[in-house]
Design a protein around this ligand. Structure first.
Ligand code: GSH
Length: 216
């Protein structure tokens, strides 16, 4: 398998973390690309993913793109029944939380983090506080849902870590960066879960600072 990926991307992080978690990382030819230098705009990525985005995984004759379906593919390929159960009820819950995080929770985090963290890295100038505030309004709405779901649970679905945690938690480290403006302290159960995730070896191995060090 060949993975096109990059540092500091929550979408790439979650795929790399799943590879670590399933013990597949060493089997993969990891192409770590510098998006700021346009390294992803190459023929091989374009041929595998018409969006010309990462993560993109080439697995035999399959071209896989979009982080969440890639994660499910890897779990099913590895037969990871505990991490990604296949019974109808649990699989529905996993897919529901994955859909929810893309559409609501991490979308709101992405709006905030683009302004406060990523925009300046890509030469986009300072944060637009009106956009941060719009993101914060959405964040509060959906963080309340996650705070409720995590009450009395260690992980999104219950006592056991599943692939849904890596999806919903994909932005967790960036949300904890000083200056992110993400008010995680207002949601102590989410914050405790973020810290719990970061302490899991397969997730910790893909932490943004770890990645930066590994790239040096
Ligand atoms: N919905 C996609 C998002 C992919 C995406 O936006 N990737 C970014 C990095 S996080 C990218 O490749 N950006 C480069 C570009 O758009 O040119 C997924 O889940 O994989």
């Amino acid at each position: 398998m060949k993975l096109y990926t990059t540092n500091f991307s929550p979408n790439c992080r979650r795929v790399e973390a799943v590879l670590h978690h399933l013990g597949l990382y060493e089997e993969v030819d990891v192409q770590r690309l510098n998006l700021m230098a346009g390294e992803h705009q190459q023929d091989a990525v374009r041929a595998a993913n018409p969006n010309v985005k990462v993560p993109t995984l080439v697995a035999g004759d399959l071209n896989l793109w979009e982080a969440n379906p890639i994660m499910i593919y890897l779990c099913d390929r590895a037969g990871a029944e505990e991490f990604c159960p296949s019974d109808l009820k649990t699989r529905f819950e996993i897919l529901r939380w994955m859909s929810w995080e893309v559409q609501h929770y991490n979308r709101a985090l992405g709006e905030i983090l683009w302004e406060t963290f990523a925009k300046s890295m890509f030469g986009g100038g300072p944060a637009d506080q009106n956009k941060v505030d719009a993101g914060l309004e959405n964040f509060h709405r959906f963080a309340a849902v996650l705070e409720g779901q995590l009450a009395g649970r260690d992980f999104v679905l219950g006592d056991t870590l599943t692939v849904a945690d890596f999806a919903v938690g994909s932005h967790s480290a960036l949300a904890m960066v000083p200056g992110s403006q993400v008010p995680l302290d207002d949601y102590p159960t989410i914050k405790a879960w973020c810290l719990r995730l970061e302490s899991i070896p397969s997730w910790g191995a893909t932490a943004p600072d770890t990645r930066a060090e590994a790239a040096e």
